[in-house]
Ligand binder design. Structure first.
Ligand code: SR1
Ligand code: MG
Length: 401
């Protein structure tokens, strides 16, 4: 089985069986294709007797969400497996273990996380994740600090950046997040009920100016090796554990883009809480989500600063008076700007989130969409004025008045 073709379930089983010393030779293996993302095939292979399993993820040569008319590089499977290995070294226990990567078939065999829940679905069920802020801030501070010029050898960083150029996946982001929502693009996907808002996005000059700045940063600022698509569909959780998956969009970009991905998806769920019938339960869950946003930022900032204090490699960045504060403030502002961009794109752009799209009541869904847009636009417009995370919190609180 060498030349590239999308695997059948039987071939996925054969492939899993060939992994040395994993399944017993006589194990009865089952396979189910469980991929519900936009781009890949994901097979869950399981030994029916012991319950032991693994995940086999194969890149398709096109974007599954659109079809074969949108070709996509298979090299993203290499990028994903290499990023997982780097992240696993820097943030042990917070990504699935990679067992094997097959370049020809563009597939990665990795740890089975089926005892975890996709966080987006967990949030939609109203679940609480007491470890999440701690774990995701560990993940982001370690992976982002140690792949930045503050925390790694700067010549090695340049060499590493060469393996993570990732032009095709970056182009998806550049188009779907930093262009399409602000023009009459055929990629856009917006409900008729909020057509007025979608139209307004196309002519809002203040907004366009700020999005152009954030886009420029995304295009040019190779601050650290990002996960690149760190939404709640890329995070598996239990009450005790967090695992970050799917870094196929990894590239060297602005740190705030990853932090903003996490926060925007918590806030999209916050907007989606319009579906709750009881006001009290809705407000309780929204408080939990907002507190999680604050915790994620504050813990991330504290841990990033600590790593910098203890392991900073750049002499001037370490010693220049006021530089750390300046850097962290810019990082917060970027985070708020990118949070806004990622909220807007999930309402009017190609790819939505089920936190909002699955609300069956038309009026509630519309309210959630308008809320997400109002909050997202405010974040984008005001990001460069932010001095603390409470800037973000204030905007969210106003968004529900
Ligand atoms: C064509 S891919 C659409 C989206 O799915 C991924 O998860 C990324 O967020 C991308 O923008
Ligand atoms: Mg993905």
């Amino acid at each position: 089985m060498s030349s590239y073709h999308p695997l059948t379930e039987q071939e996925a089983i054969d492939m899993a069986r060939s992994l040395p010393d994993f399944f017993a030779p006589d194990a009865q293996l089952t396979s189910s294709e469980i991929g519900d993302g936009n781009l890949n095939l994901v097979f869950h292979i399981k030994d029916t007797a012991s319950g032991k399993g693994l995940i086999l993820k194969q890149a398709l040569p096109y974007a599954k969400v659109v079809g074969e008319s949108w070709p996509l590089t298979l090299d993203r499977a290499r990028i994903e497996s290499e990023a997982l290995i780097i992240q696993g070294r820097l943030a042990p226990g917070l990504v699935p273990q990679v067992y094997h990567y097959d370049q020809e078939l563009a597939l990665t065999i990795m740890e089975d996380l089926s005892d975890h829940t996709i966080m987006r679905r967990g949030l939609m069920s109203g679940d609480h994740y007491p470890r999440f802020a701690e774990d995701i801030s560990d993940f982001m501070s370690a992976t982002l600090f140690y792949t930045s010029d503050l925390g790694m050898n700067q010549q090695e960083k340049k060499r590493l950046a060469g393996s993570f150029i990732n032009p095709e996946l970056c182009k998806i982001t550049e188009d779907l997040i930093f262009d399409d929502p602000y023009t009459d693009s055929p990629n856009n996907n917006c409900e008729a009920a909020i057509a007025d808002e979608a139209k307004a996005l196309q002519t809002d000059e203040e907004l366009h100016f700020e999005v152009a700045l954030l886009r420029q940063k995304f295009l040019t600022e190779g601050q650290a090796l990002l996960h690149g698509d760190l939404h709640t569909g890329s995070i598996f959780v239990t009450a005790e554990s967090t695992k970050v998956i799917d870094p196929e969009f990894a590239y060297f970009g602005p740190i705030g883009y990853d932090v903003g991905a996490v926060i925007s998806n918590l806030l999209l769920n916050y907007a989606g809480q319009e579906q709750w019938s009881s006001d009290e339960a809705r407000e309780r869950y929204r408080s939990y989500l907002l507190q999680t946003v604050i915790d994620v930022w504050e813990q991330f900032e504290r841990k990033f600063r600590k790593l910098w204090e203890e392991h900073g490699v750049d002499r001037l960045a370490n010693t220049a008076a006021g530089y750390k504060d300046y850097y962290m403030k810019r990082l917060l502002q970027d985070t708020i700007g990118y949070t806004g961009c990622k909220m807007v794109r999930r309402i009017v752009g190609l790819s939505h989130v089920i936190d909002i799209d699955s609300i069956t009541d038309d009026a509630k869904r519309e309210r959630a969409q308008r809320m997400a847009l109002a909050i997202g636009k405010q974040f984008i417009k005001s990001n460069r004025q932010a001095g603390s995370i409470h800037h973000l919190v204030d905007i969210v609180m106003k968004g529900i008045e």
